[in-house]
Ligand binder design. Sequence first.
Ligand SMILES: C[S@@+](CC[C@H](N)C(=O)[O-])C[C@H]1O[C@@H](n2cnc3c(N)ncnc32)[C@H](O)[C@@H]1O
Length: 283
Amino acid sequence: MLSYLHGFHAGNFADLHKHHLLVCLLSALNRKAKPWSYLETHSGKAFYALDSDQAAKTAEFEQGIARLWQAESLPDSVEQYLEQVRQVNPSGGLQQYPGSPALAAGLAREGDQLHLMELHPGEAQQLKRAFAGHDGVGVHHRDGYEGVMALLPPKPNRGLVLIDPSYEVKAEYDQVAAFLPKALKRWPNGCFVVWYPLLPAQRWKMMLENIRRTGIANILCSELQVGAAEEQGMYGSGMLIINPPWQLDEVLNTSEPWLTDLLAQRVGAERRLYWLAPPAGDC
Ligand SMILES: C[S@@+](CC[C@H](N)C(=O)[O-])C[C@H]1O[C@@H](n2cnc3c(N)ncnc32)[C@H](O)[C@@H]1O
């Protein structure tokens, strides 16, 4: 079932949480000159017009990127992320929002490689068009789990995998938990990043528990809530990071409280950063 289209949600609070963290991870990779690989299982179409019918219908970006666009005195890492959003809005107004492939491409250097999977035919076509002629970017119209697995371990051998399903189908929680140990076996030093929604049914808790039980070490989780849980709707966003870069937790402890205040929608906004599994030898 491929009914989900990210255009309805691009630039919402969850994208800010996810994409700020992604920029932190890619910036950490850029601290060394050695090239990196970026692989994404669920890429979307990379560029989202904020004056489209889809964006107007939900207006979710108004509670997300539109708030950040007007903010002042940003923490350094949030400023770095916003700079990437500015890069795709050269006229100075907020007109389009860069999805994860666009952010990765924006931070890529010569020699870095992007492998982008997208299963929806229309979204895949737009993704191909967005990166036509870009050296170092491969777009694949295929299932993301299979496509990424087939490329592991990648060359260059340092880098990250982003797994960003829509979770419209409940089985995706199990699919993610089953994918990780197999993928890590092929690429033990890769950084694997999973986005998950905080929804009233709380299915992410079982997914995290299943991942914890695999025995994988070195798993950091960042969760941001825009308010207390309500009966319906997404009230928060989570990111699980296996093999995070050194001091990522310190960077997030500086920037995410600020981001949480910016994105708060009602009482109960909060963020958590915790080790689901400690680094090996740290037990
Ligand atoms: C949440 S969106 C991706 C957003 C994107 N990662 C970003 O942050 O800008 C999920 C995407 O996954 C695609 N998709 C769904 N199932 C897929 C699968 N099995 N393999 C690859 N893509 C899939 C959907 O068509 C949709 O475009």
